[in-house]
Design a protein around this ligand. Structure first.
Ligand code: ZN
Length: 288
């Protein structure tokens, strides 16, 4: 990868987004919005629990008035279930969330698809349920004008969070469910989940070729991760070649926001919120 292919993010905070999970969900969204805007970022990725706790129209106005765009809306209700009624309820919950995503003007609705239902050993069955659910949601996504971003999760989460585990797998599903490329089904590439994949480079290129890259999430994988869910690292503190990865994503044609998403129960979630934002801003501009 040539240096010239990577635009430095120095001075480009407006291109950067903060996923509100990074701040530990310690304050209401209306306060978080102001903090993120004041820190100079150009975008935000809120979570449903925060939005649904308030008035989505008022929050949407506040976000826009603060000069922020919405890089993504987090996230889908898990799709697979043993009980058909529960499965139906999961799909319906996602349809309602898509309406809110539209009110927020989100660039995409982030799909974390769900794992294997408790009591089941049917991995392929769970994957089939996800594909069926995504097919149904795709029609709604087109109606409301918000694309679905399938986010493959690291395979360590295959049992309890996502039976979708690599970028290649996500792209296969996109091609199967949306063969003509409507623009309403693509992928979210999260450095934390994808960095280890020996096939990542070619799959990023393929995702770009198919115009399917809807989001790019950054944090870092700490060398001695203590908790795969809640011990994500700040950019620059771990093993991921973040400039190299961004270079590949942008060489594939992605020009959207770079979104920071850090779950860190014992470290960053305990620090002062404005300090965390300031470290994010610094690291984005120096090591990403
Ligand atoms: Zn992510």
């Amino acid at each position: 990868m040539s240096i010239a292919s990577v635009r430095n993010l120095d001075g480009q905070l407006k291109r950067c987004s903060i996923n509100t999970a990074t701040l530990g969900h310690r304050e209401p969204l209306r306060i978080t919005v102001d903090r993120i805007a004041r820190a100079g970022f150009g975008a935000i990725a809120p979570w449903r629990s925060e939005v649904e706790a308030g008035d989505v129209h008022a929050l949407s106005r506040q976000i826009r008035d603060a000069g922020l765009s919405v890089s993504g809306y987090c996230r889908s209700t898990y799709l697979p279930a043993l009980d058909p009624e529960e499965r139906r309820a999961n799909i319906e919950a996602n349809k309602r969330a898509l309406q809110d995503a539209a009110v927020l003007g989100a660039r995409c609705f982030v799909m974390v698809v769900g794992g294997i239902p408790v009591g089941s050993r049917d991995l392929e069955g769970a994957r089939a349920q996800v594909r069926d659910g995504v097919a149904e949601l795709l029609a709604v996504a087109q109606d409301v004008g918000v694309p679905l971003a399938l986010e493959p999760l690291h395979p360590v989460y295959a049992a309890n969070r996502s039976v979708l585990n690599s970028l290649g797998q996500a792209l296969q599903w996109c091609e199967a469910l949306d063969p003509h490329g409507t623009g309403f089904l693509g992928v979210a590439i999260d450095a934390y989940h994808c960095w280890w994949d020996p096939d990542l480079g070619p799959q990023i290129a393929a995702a770009g070729q198919a115009r399917r890259i809807l989001a790019y999430h950054v944090c870092d994988w700490l060398h001695d991760t203590r908790d795969v869910l809640l011990d994500r690292g700040m950019m620059g503190d771990g093993v991921i070649d973040l400039p190299g990865l961004r270079g590949q994503v942008e060489a594939a044609g992605y020009v959207g926001p770079v979104e920071v998403e850090i779950f860190s129960k014992d470290n960053w979630w305990k620090k002062d919120v404005d300090d965390v934002l300031s470290v994010c801003a610094h690291r984005l501009q120096t090591v990403c």
